[in-house]
Ligand binder design. Structure first.
Ligand SMILES: Nc1nc2c(ncn2[C@@H]2O[C@H](COP(=O)(O)OP(=O)(O)O)[C@@H](O)[C@H]2O)c(=O)[nH]1
Ligand SMILES: Nc1ncnc2c1ncn2[C@@H]1O[C@H](COP(=O)(O)OP(=O)(O)O)[C@@H](O)[C@H]1O
Length: 309
């Protein structure tokens, strides 16, 4: 009896193989794009590749993988591959144990540095009473037009010279309650055991969606809430050059009586203890320098101080 073998015609094999190859290339391109845009961590892709050497990530060439990592170009690539002792044609899944360790350490180190230096477009400026938060924020509003200063709602009465919608939105208790109930505040707090203050959410969302930078000048309780709600926010703690200078500024401002000053200084001691929770600390020596330092921490689209003549 003649031997019966079922054969797929070779052209069918070839078509199926080339479809599979196209699909695999498409998936690899998608992974590369996800690494490049930060949608997926390069470290996760490496781990996938090592767990499944024949999978999408495993079949990716080390060269293509590294080139998809932000800020690695062809020039750096050559040096990196040399340092890692990996040949350009190697696929991730085919790397030896030592090569895997080296490339993993390299990517882990890079991602941790990126996290530390990542600049956000939402920046929160907080610090103890009278350190100069309001003064520095005003300087930024007047000199760095690219940075939007959020205007808070408050239940306290306007001080002489304060303008509705510029310094604050002055509201009564019922209106403040309504803002909270309607979910219109990103955060809110009672400050100095007196009035309530809150950050309207709408203008911030709009600004960030437009790609603009936003500065919030709020108290420490508020800063903590923003961190919870928007972990990508950068938190900056404004410090006085010394405790004595803080007291001088509080007294010099002359807006509080002796008893209220004592109460605020007591609060300031607790507030200073919270500085380690913040991403950055800026000493308010001179207003212009402190403002410049804060602006430098914001990811702006090329914010430059407004020219003064
Ligand atoms: N949580 C929170 N605090 C705010 C907000 N707006 C202002 N503050 C804080 O409220 C405090 C009192 O501000 P203000 O009434 O201008 O008085 P000042 O302390 O004498 O400048 C300051 O510490 C501000 O940072 C806000 O929207 N939310
Ligand atoms: N860098 C600075 N050098 C000297 N005085 C300052 C400086 N920054 C702010 N001040 C003064 O300190 C006082 C408190 O500043 P303010 O902005 O009201 O503080 P905060 O908003 O933190 O309560 C004000 O009288 C202000 O003019």
């Amino acid at each position: 009896m003649p031997e019966q073998t079922v054969r797929t015609p070779p052209e069918v094999d070839r078509v199926a193989a080339s479809r599979a190859a196209v699909e695999a290339r498409r998936k690899r391109a998608e992974v590369k794009n996800n690494i490049a845009t930060g949608t997926v961590s390069a470290l996760t892709v490496l781990d996938d590749a090592f767990a499944d050497p024949e999978g999408v990530a495993g079949r990716m060439r080390a060269t293509d993988f590294l080139l998809s990592v932000p800020a690695i170009g062809r020039t750096k690539l050559t040096r990196i591959l040399e340092d890692l002792k990996i040949s350009p044609s190697k696929r991730l899944g085919g790397l030896g144990p030592n090569q895997r360790l080296r490339i993993r350490d390299f990517i882990a180190d890079r991602e941790s540095k990126n996290r530390q230096h990542k600049r956000s477009r939402l920046i929160v400026l907080a610090g103890p009473t009278a350190v100069g938060k309001g003064t520095v924020a005003t300087h930024i509003r007047e000199n760095y037009p690219d940075v939007l200063l959020s205007v808070s709602a408050t239940t306290r009465s306007p001080r002489p010279g304060e303008v509705e919608g510029i310094n604050y939105f002055f509201v009564n208790d019922e209106e403040f309650d309504r803002l909270i109930e309607n979910g219109e505040l990103l955060e809110h707090a009672t400050v100095h055991n007196a009035s309530r203050y809150g950050t309207p959410r709408g203008p911030i969302d709009e600004a960030l969606n437009r790609g603009d930078s936003v500065l919030l000048e709020i108290d420490i309780q508020g800063a903590r809430q923003v961190r919870e709600a928007m972990p990508e926010a950068t938190l900056v703690f404004l410090l006085p050059p010394s405790w004595d200078e803080l007291v001088r500024r509080l007294v010099g401002r002359g807006t509080e009586g002796a008893e209220e000053r004592e109460r605020r200084l007591e609060t300031a001691r607790h507030e200073l203890a919270a500085q380690d929770e913040f991403d950055y600390r800026v000493v308010n020596g001179t207003v212009a320098d402190a403002a410049q330092e804060v602006v430098d921490l914001i990811q702006t689209r090329g914010a430059r101080p407004r020219r003064t003549v």
